[in-house]
Design a protein around this ligand. Structure first.
Ligand SMILES: NC(=O)c1ccc[n+]([C@@H]2O[C@H](COP(=O)([O-])OP(=O)(O)OC[C@H]3O[C@@H](n4cnc5c(N)ncnc54)[C@H](O)[C@@H]3O)[C@@H](O)[C@H]2O)c1
Length: 465
């Protein structure tokens, strides 16, 4: 049986970093090297102070402290790590294409292909390649084609091992996963041997019955399906939140009543300003694109609606702010509490806060942002990326501050856009007193208690209430 001694992971991002840290922690006999072309990111992973690692996840810095320089290494020397490895995880970004065919829908596999070509060029002995990135179904065939046709006669086995961690709880999810999914060539002895090698890594800490093995295509498609189902639940409850606002029903009560049906279940039924994160939107768009490319238009339209609903939810929340503030926010100070796409992460990709702020800027608001983990430059970069407003305008009209009290001072309105625990604990009385009146509070996360805020004097609005 293949015994894995050296692992290389290409991509030191939100998936590669935490995933490999946990493998290194659980398998001290395996050397794990995480490589990236981003020198700044690798330098941050190697920062002597583990609080400065580039990704914030509860519990992650402690694991890095334990395993780094023992059997966990971070490096920019991609070739050396490929050469040494028995098993190579590919964990690079696969964003939505921004050009050409499939623009705005298909996954951009440019970085995946570059990895394959680099592996083919460098590898001198047989390797197991593991797709950790989320990929369109049948990408393994393209990878194999590149490796077999450009390589040095080396034999490759390609496995699909999609990652199901959720940011904010990545360490817990990796240490106690609901399941680990491994797809491979189950019909060949070499394929089975490669799958067993990866199963054995995970079996160090994951019960065997929670490790599923399937064919590669099922594994690739399962990841897209899982994200589509999760996002669909959010859009479903968000659709109901709008109806609740019109009818006097409360979306939290509806969600509880529905979720207690064991066939439905209670998780992922929280109404909000809309889902964000790097994955849901891109993976559903990718699914829609794949369905369309097979001529399955009804399937494509069905899933696309999940995205359209999410866009609507963000837009209608921003529009509600403008309408409530007497149809104009021009020159008014609006405090945005929370910029990350969810609590306990510093990831801002596709965060609802970006879109709500962009909308408010179009209405000429003055926006002040506070997030406990997001750096000011990230806020500006996120807004600039949309290209709706010039860099000068953004920097003139958006201020990023270091605490919530400062953000809310003399504001006309507050919008809570990330469910950080600390926002529950603010001195809301003082916040109210320091605001302009009437003091409007818009809770996009159903985080705050309506009754106590109204008693303090706030004009309070929350999603689905
Ligand atoms: N973020 C999540 O919660 C999550 C969860 C499950 C799956 N995924 C999937 O995992 C993949 C990675 O996501 P992420 O959030 O970690 O992305 P990320 O952007 O945080 O990290 C990707 C890293 O890969 C590096 N990279 C790109 N090309 C490279 C190359 N040729 N050589 C070396 N390094 C290279 C980039 O510099 C970057 O640091 C994506 O396919 C994503 O869909 C993400």
């Amino acid at each position: 049986m293949t015994q894995i001694k050296n692992i290389c992971c290409i991509g030191a991002g939100y998936v590669g970093g935490p995933t490999m840290a946990v493998i290194a922690q659980k398998c001290p006999d395996v050397n794990v090297t995480v490589v990236d072309i981003n020198e700044k990111r690798i330098a941050a992973w190697n920062d002597p102070n583990v609080e400065n690692i580039p990704i914030y996840e509860p519990g992650l810095s402690e694991i890095v402290k334990e395993a780094r320089d023992r059997n966990l290494f971070f490096s920019t020397d991609v070739n050396a790590a490929i050469d040494k490895a028995d098993m190579i995880f590919i964990s690079v970004n696969t964003p939505t294409k921004t050009y050409g065919i499939g623009k705005g829908m298909a996954a951009d596999l440019k970085w995946i292909e570059l990895c394959a070509r680099q592996i083919a060029e460098v590898a001198k002995n047989d390797k197991i390649i593991v797709e950790k990135s989320t990929l369109p179904v049948r990408t393994a065939a393209a990878l194999k084609d590149i490796l077999d046709n450009t390589g040095n006669g080396v034999k490759y086995q390609i496995l699909s091992n999609p990652e199901f961690l959720a940011e904010g709880t990545a360490v817990e999810d990796l240490q106690n996963p609901d399941r680990v999914l491994i797809g491979g060539d189950i019909d060949s002895p070499e394929g089975k041997e490669a799958m067993d090698a990866l199963v054995n890594i995970y079996a160090t800490w994951v019960p065997k019955e929670n490790i599923l093995t399937t064919n590669v295509w099922s594994s690739e498609l399962s990841k897209l399906t899982a994200n589509a189902f999760l996002a669909q639940r959010v859009s479903s409850i968000n659709a109901m939140s709008e109806l609740c606002e019109k009818t006097g029903a409360d979306v939290n009560e509806v969600a509880k009543a529905v979720g207690m049906d064991s066939r439905v279940g209670s998780k992922f039924l929280k109404a909000s300003v809309g889902f964000g994160g790097s994955c849901f939107q891109k993976d559903i768009l990718n699914l829609v694109y794949i369905a369309k490319s097979f001529g399955l238009h009804e399937v494509a339209d069905y899933w696309e609606q999940v995205i359209l609903m999410n866009d609507h939810q963000k837009r209608r929340f921003a529009a509600k702010i403008v309408k409530t503030l007497y149809n104009t926010v021009s020159g008014k100070k609006i405090a945005i509490l929370g910029w990350a796409f969810k609590k306990d992460t510093n990831d801002t990709r596709e965060s609802a806060a970006i879109y709500v702020t962009d909308y408010l800027l179009s209405e000429q608001a003055e926006v002040v942002v506070y997030d406990p983990k997001v750096k000011p430059e990230q806020v500006y970069a996120d807004l600039e990326y949309l290209c709706t407003h010039s860099s000068e305008e953004i920097r003139e009209r958006v201020t990023v501050v270091q605490n919530a009290d400062e953000a809310c001072k003399e504001a006309h309105a507050i919008a809570v856009l990330t469910e950080w625990d600390e926002f529950k604990e603010l001195n809301w009385k003082a916040v109210y007193e320091n605001m302009l009146k009437p003091a409007f509070l818009f809770d996009g996360r159903r985080l705050l208690d309506k009754k106590t805020k109204e008693e303090l004097g706030f004009e309070f609005f929350s999603i689905g209430n």
